[in-house]
Design a protein around this ligand. Structure first.
Ligand code: IPE
Ligand code: IPE
Ligand code: MG
Length: 241
């Protein structure tokens, strides 16, 4: 899809995946506790969902909590879970108005029961919505996702659902948490870090990468448009010439 933004015709990526990073540093710069950065970051997520949809993006996927983030001090993990509870609750109400379809990817069994119940409710009440496809990665790690997928696939294979020869890229992808999503076209990471930190390793095979020094709580619609402009300067060849 093409759209005029800032006076330019731009190709809009269908699926944008974001590593929202820099909440802690944003707070530190303001001499505030890291958790303050996380609550500002949650507000930014809310705003960016709206902006992404207005720009014409159909799928937005954000990395909110990784399988490695449990290594953080207990106090920070607890605060993040508190924030998540509130976010999910607000989101259940909001999806009725903004028509957003919400999905959660990641390994859910490690999350508390009430959080899992809120996720189920959110996915259920928004399932028929036709607006932005918003996906939140919680306790997500790409290697963990692939190992879970492989176990499940091997089990089905062992039970005779298909032969070893019938294992294809498509079949494997259908066992991933992202089975209902197209591969991302554009990956954005904020805060100046240039690494994947276990994010969508399979799905990003042909995505364009955009890195910005902007810290996540400061990320806004203009920054998102800048990333889309960068995307438009790239020539995607998918292995061809
Ligand atoms: C990203 O911000 C949010 C989460 C990983 C939960 P950080 O908390 O990683 O912020 P920095 O990188 O320490 O600044
Ligand atoms: C990646 O950010 C995970 C999320 C944004 C949820 P981190 O801040 O945890 O990653 P590292 O530790 O810098 O690689
Ligand atoms: Mg970080």
């Amino acid at each position: 899809m093409e759209k005029e933004l800032n006076g330019k015709m731009l190709v809009i990526p269908e699926h944008v995946a974001i590593i929202l990073d820099g909440n802690g540093r944003w707070a530190k710069k303001r001499l505030m506790p890291r958790n303050y950065g996380h609550s500002q970051g949650a507000k930014t997520v809310e705003q960016i969902c709206e902006d992404a949809w207005n720009i014409g993006i159909k799928y937005l996927t954000v990395y909110a909590f990784s399988t490695e983030n449990w290594r953080r001090p207990d106090k920070e993990v607890k605060a993040l879970m508190r924030l998540l509870r509130k976010y999910l609750k607000d989101c259940i109400e909001r999806t009725a108005k903004n028509n957003m379809r919400v999905r959660v990817i990641g390994e859910k069994s490690r999350l508390d029961d009430d959080i899992r119940a809120a996720i189920d409710e959110l996915e259920e009440v928004s399932a028929a919505n036709t607006g932005l496809n918003f996906t939140i990665a919680l306790n997500y790690g790409s290697r963990d996702e692939m190992v879970r997928a492989m176990r499940h696939m091997a089990q089905d294979c062992k039970e005779g659902a298909f032969s070893v020869e019938e294992i294809t890229e498509e079949r494997f992808a259908s066992y991933l948490d992202t089975k209902d999503l197209p591969d991302p076209d554009l990956m954005i990471r904020t805060s100046g870090e240039q690494r994947l930190s276990n994010w969508l390793l399979w799905q990003l095979a042909y995505a364009e990468f955009y890195f910005t020094d902007v810290l996540w709580p400061d990320f806004d619609k203009q920054e998102l448009i800048r990333a889309v402009e960068y995307y438009n300067t790239r020539e995607r060849r998918f292995g061809g010439v």
